[in-house]
Design a protein around this ligand. Structure first.
Ligand SMILES: Nc1nc2c(ncn2[C@@H]2O[C@H](COP(=O)(O)OP(=O)(O)O)[C@@H](O)[C@H]2O)c(=O)[nH]1
Ligand SMILES: [Mg+2]
Length: 322
């Protein structure tokens, strides 16, 4: 719902950030916001829930919809994660379809088309990412690729070639997004940065640290739930929070790994996550972390709902295996 009584110069735009896992969607969201809001790791399928991330330039508000990467999914958890991504394009003004320049470009475009099914797409801009990883990115025949891409997805209108790591060309994308904004009310109050709560981001930051510190398949069999979240003003009037959270794992052997020898691993995850939550809240944070064995949590509707992942509705059409 839009806000009322707005400044007459206000403009707004909603843009979905979509694409395959690990192409740099959350990195772009963070770059545009100017802060590490969305979690970024070197592993695919880090982002599991779609959410809004908001930035404003003068009177122009841009609402970005960060989404999980679309991927082949046969497990219930992955179907629900994909559903989050597919829903991300609903009702937006622009889709930014991110394409990793270091991988098969046309393959990513065709995959996106397949995952999205018959869905009507708003105007779509291709954003080629990680240009810093390609030698002489300016010399790439991106005009030609762009023409081929339009044959696959007719709503594609223009393209950008960026690197969030090197900061290359992101300003062109920012300017284009602001130019595209239409006069009208903002969706969010001044200063708001997301539709998700600090409590949500607290679980994300715990999971982010665990993802980075733990190897192999373990991160995919792990989730974080909050057991208790109390925030208050301390004696000096500053923000403080007491958080108890559990890392859910599938098997007892995984619990032992997450706890680590003499509890060193869980301590490290907790220390890093606490720092990041404290930075987000600009306050003092006490974080109590536990590891719980919750066999097959990723098939449990109750747990998945609690993780903000409701059942996928159109699974038959979109999730067929290729
Ligand atoms: N070299 C390089 N790496 C990038 C760039 N953007 C993202 N990455 C890396 O790619 C990985 C996945 O990024 P992430 O933003 O989580 O991708 P997402 O899964 O699409 O959200 C991380 O290791 C990032 O550091 C970039 O412009 N250049
Ligand atoms: Mg992401």
């Amino acid at each position: 719902m839009l806000l009322e009584n707005q400044h007459p110069d206000n403009k707004s735009l909603m843009a979905a950030i979509v694409g395959a896992p690990n192409v740099g969607k959350s990195s772009l969201v963070n770059y545009l916001l100017g802060m590490d809001l969305s979690i970024v790791t070197s592993k695919p399928q880090t982002t599991r829930n779609k959410f809004h991330a908001v930035f404003t330039v003068d009177h122009t508000e841009v609402v970005l919809v960060d989404t999980p990467g679309l991927h082949k999914a046969s497990q219930e958890l992955n179907k629900r994660i994909n559903q989050q991504a597919v829903e991300g394009v609903d009702g937006v003004d622009v889709n930014l379809l991110l394409i990793d320049l270091t991988k098969d470009i046309l393959g990513q475009i065709k995959d996106f088309k397949e995952y999205i099914g018959g869905k009507e797409l708003s105007k779509t801009w291709l954003v080629f990412t990680k240009s810093d990883r390609v030698e002489n990115a300016e010399a790439l025949p991106l005009d030609k690729v762009f023409e081929q891409a339009k044959e696959v997805i007719p709503s594609i209108e223009r393209f950008f070639c960026i690197s969030t790591k090197a900061g290359d060309n992101v300003h062109l994308l920012t300017a284009a997004l602001c130019d595209e904004a239409k006069p009208g009310s903002h969706y969010y109050l001044d200063g708001a940065i997301s539709n998700k709560s600090q409590r949500f981001f607290a679980t994300e930051y715990i999971r982010e640290q665990a993802f980075e510190l733990l190897k192999d398949e373990l991160p995919y069999e792990m989730a974080v739930v909050i057991d208790e979240y109390k925030d208050f003003k301390d004696k000096t009037g500053a923000f403080a929070a007491h958080i108890s959270a559990s890392i859910l794992v599938n098997r007892p052997s995984q619990r032992a790994i997450v706890v680590g020898s003499k509890g060193t691993m869980i301590k490290e995850i907790g220390m890093r996550a606490r720092k990041k939550i404290a930075a987000m809240t600009d306050g003092t944070v006490h974080l109590n972390l536990h590891v719980k064995v919750s066999p097959k949590w990723f098939k449990n509707n109750f747990v998945l709902e609690e993780l903000g992942l409701p059942r996928a509705t159109n699974s038959a059409r979109v999730w067929k295996k290729r």
